[in-house]
Design a protein around this ligand. Structure first.
Ligand SMILES: [Mg+2]
Length: 216
């Protein structure tokens, strides 16, 4: 088993890593894509299955997106997030894991969710006090898979060395962002095959959160 030399900071993705939300990411993505296609911002036949909502929006933004379209699309996203976060619960073993980790590590969340929605969900589920820093989409230059959220976390804790970070998430966008920020990545859950397709090599793939303890 590969073990990092020394870990002092751990960055978590939130949705479906710590929290089991019921955000319907598929419907969200389809609704956003429909809007973008209708407004001639995306070509008909755009390969949406290769994108997440955030990468699709980033793609359109890079080509030049009217401010009002961006506002409109983000309204749709927020609506899905609000509905999906209602009654969000914890992934199995989250409390046990955080109880152990909080004594010895700096714990950070980097989420594409809005900061307010994230804090609300973390407070509702009772795990907000465990975290030293929460970075929502407003705190990053660009959403994951951009590494900017992870880089912001590193900057916030200059006492933690480059080599002392590790991150965990369930989606390939977490892996891309983390690795591009120079942070080794552990994938959680059943999306391992998608990581490979996207050229992402996690240092480990775990199916239970407590297994993270083997790598820190
Ligand atoms: Mg996630």
């Amino acid at each position: 088993m590969m073990k990092s030399s020394q870990v002092r900071g751990i960055i978590f993705d939130m949705d479906n890593t710590l929290l089991r939300s019921s955000i319907n990411f598929q419907i969200m993505k389809e609704q956003v894509a429909d809007y973008l296609i209708e407004h001639d911002l995306l070509p008909v036949g755009f390969a949406i299955q290769e994108h997440t909502t955030s990468t699709m929006i980033a793609y359109v933004k890079a080509k030049g997106m009217p401010e009002e379209s961006y506002t409109e699309v983000m309204k749709m996203v927020v609506q899905h997030e609000l509905i999906g976060m209602e009654g969000a619960g914890l992934e199995p073993d989250v409390s046990e894991l955080l109880d152990v980790l909080m004594k010895s590590y700096v714990l950070v969340i980097v989420t594409n969710n809005s900061y307010k929605a994230a804090v609300h969900a973390l407070e509702t589920t009772g795990i907000h006090p465990y975290f030293d820093l929460i970075i929502g989409r407003e705190q990053m230059e660009a959403m994951k898979p951009s590494p900017s959220g992870y880089l912001a976390a590193k900057q916030h804790f200059p006492q933690i060395l480059e080599s002392e970070w590790i991150s965990i998430g369930d989606s390939w966008i977490d892996g891309r962002a983390s690795i591009d920020a120079g942070i080794p990545f552990i994938s959680y859950g059943p999306n391992g095959h998608l990581m490979k397709e996207k050229g992402i090599t996690p240092i480990a793939n775990i199916d239970s959160l407590l297994k993270l303890l083997d790598y820190v």
